[in-house]
Design a protein around this ligand. Structure first.
Ligand code: HEM
Length: 123
């Protein structure tokens, strides 16, 4: 499975289900809940979904609307320490378990999320 084939494999629906399963856990999470905009969780959900769709071979909506991702810079306002990193990855892994995408897609995304989350640590 090549990264750019993921969108062809799971489509809008696969990404939408995954990111919805992630965000529904966020409000009640003791570490992540307070970090995300309570009034604009739907917007946050859309930003992450559009970013991933563009990153994995789908339409480049994120870049069209937000410009270059510069994810490290965009995460600087948040204290992204080991606990926050591990929790984010744990919630995403739970979402991946729940939505049960094809095995090779799940494996690729797990590795991508773990690596990117480590890269984003700033504390
Ligand atoms: C490591 C733990 C992480 C934490 C605690 C975290 C937290 C946050 C928070 C609080 C926001 C602001 C929500 C919003 O209004 O958009 C955000 C935005 C975002 N995050 Fe993360 N994040 C983490 C990891 C990741 C990872 C691994 C990715 C990519 C796979 C990612 C991609 C994004 C994107 C695309 C945005 C929207 C940026 C924008 O356009 O403003 N984040 N993140």
């Amino acid at each position: 499975m090549d990264e750019l084939n993921v969108y062809a494999a799971i489509g809008e629906d696969g990404f939408s289900r995954l990111i919805a399963a992630f965000y529904k856990q966020v409000p009640d999470d003791d570490i992540l809940g307070p970090m995300y905009p309570r009034h604009d969780l739907a917007g946050a959900e859309q930003r992450l979904r559009d970013f991933l769709i563009g990153r994995f071979g789908g339409p480049p909506r994120y870049i069209e609307e937000r410009g270059h991702p510069r994810l490290r810079m965009r995460h600087m306002p948040f204290t992204l320490d080991e606990a926050a990193r591990d929790r984010w990855v744990a919630l995403m892994n739970r979402a991946l378990d729940e939505v049960a995408l094809p095995a090779e897609v799940t494996l690729l995304l797990r590795e991508f999320f773990a690596t990117t989350a480590t890269f984003l640590r700033n504390a």
